[in-house]
Design a protein around this ligand. Structure first.
Ligand code: PRT
Length: 103
């Protein structure tokens, strides 16, 4: 199991946990809209570091983005496995070919 899969399992397990002892449970208790907003904030923080070019800070912000992505997905009952399955269907298809083939 990868660290991302373990984190997804932890996030899933936090559904219904005590918001006073779990940041994940606190976020989930505030609803999917708040989880989405939080994901957006973390994404913006990662964008800022990408523009600045600080590799270590970008890696750290990217970790925040991945964690908050998992929380946002969990809030809408979308599993990491579902996302990975979508990525798998795209394997081997160039983004350029995919765009050209759109109706
Ligand atoms: N990976 C994370 C993780 N990444 C970030 N965070 C929290 O997300 C919160 C982000 O909140 P804020 O935006 O307020 O913090 P910030 O980005 O520093 O904000 P600024 O003050 O800079 O604006 C912080 O409290 C971080 O600790 C995380 N909280 C939990 N996890 C993982 O989730 C697991 C379960 O955590 P709990 O649900 O808290 O038990 C943990 O063991 C970790 O593996």
């Amino acid at each position: 199991m990868t660290v991302l899969e373990r984190l997804a399992a932890t996030v899933e397990a936090r559904k219904g946990a005590d918001p006073d002892s779990s940041w994940t449970a606190k976020l989930l208790a505030r609803g999917p809209e708040k989880c989405a907003e939080k994901f957006g904030e973390e994404a913006v923080e990662a964008i800022i570091e990408a523009v600045r070019g600080d590799r270590a800070r970008l890696a750290s912000e990217a970790a925040d983005v991945l964690y908050h992505l998992l929380v946002m997905l969990a809030a809408r009952d979308v599993t990491l496995a579902e996302v990975m399955a979508v990525l798998e269907t795209r394997e081997g298809t160039s983004g350029i070919a995919e765009k050209a083939g759109r109706g």
